[in-house]
Design a protein around this ligand. Structure first.
Ligand code: IMP
Ligand code: MG
Length: 180
């Protein structure tokens, strides 16, 4: 394990190869669903930046990129339950096909909030993709249209996901076992 990984007690959950293969599959599925129509791919910052950049390279469609900032957690490992928009889209989405790209769905509060917020802007179609999904943690009836991996109710870092804004640069996904 690398120097940074040894600072927290963590164990590898999903390695680079598995992530790459699954992201490619998701890209192919989304390509089919797009049926040659153009797409606005929305990166939900910050956690999904790595997944987003890999996923859009696996989608064969006329994509325009936009970014949303959303915060709910602060520095805690449990959701505060409050979701707020910290950065809005640059362009309108009315009448457009939109794909929301999120790193992880935990309670589902963030995605439910974003889904409602963007649906109110009357897109033609609103789809969502999440790399990770924790079904046991779900507190809403929200389920992403495309899910990379279902995981247990554990806190994970790496491949864009953070703990206190660190560990995003791990190339794999690891479960945090305990804090030092
Ligand atoms: P939700 O609103 O509870 O579904 O939480 C979604 C957001 O919380 C994600 O976009 C992540 O930024 C963060 N989050 C949830 N679970 C984890 C985790 O296990 N590791 C790192 N961040 C997480
Ligand atoms: Mg986060």
């Amino acid at each position: 394990m690398s120097q940074i990984a040894s600072q927290l007690k963590m164990s590898k959950l999903i390695d680079e190869k598995k992530i790459a293969a699954r992201v490619k599959e998701m890209g192919e599925q989304i390509t089919k669903a797009c049926k040659n129509e153009d797409l606005i791919a929305v990166c939900v910052l910050k956690g999904s930046f790595m997944f987003y950049s890999d996923l859009i390279r696996s989608i064969d469609a006329d994509i325009r990129s936009d970014f949303l900032g959303c915060a709910s957690y602060g520095d805690a490992m449990k959701s505060s339950g409050e979701v707020k928009l910290t950065l809005d889209l640059t362009n309108g989405i009315e009448g457009k096909n939109v794909l929301l790209v999120e790193d992880i769905v935990d309670s589902g509060l963030t995605m439910s909030f974003l889904q409602k917020t963007l649906a109110a802007r009357n897109p033609k179609r609103l789809m969502s993709a999440a790399l990770l999904f924790k079904p046991e943690a779900l507190k809403t009836n929200y389920k992403p249209d495309y899910v990379g991996f279902e995981i247990g109710n554990e806190f994970v870092v790496g491949y864009g996901l953070d703990y206190q804004n660190r560990y995003r640069n791990l190339p794999y996904i690891a479960v945090v076992n305990s804090l030092n």
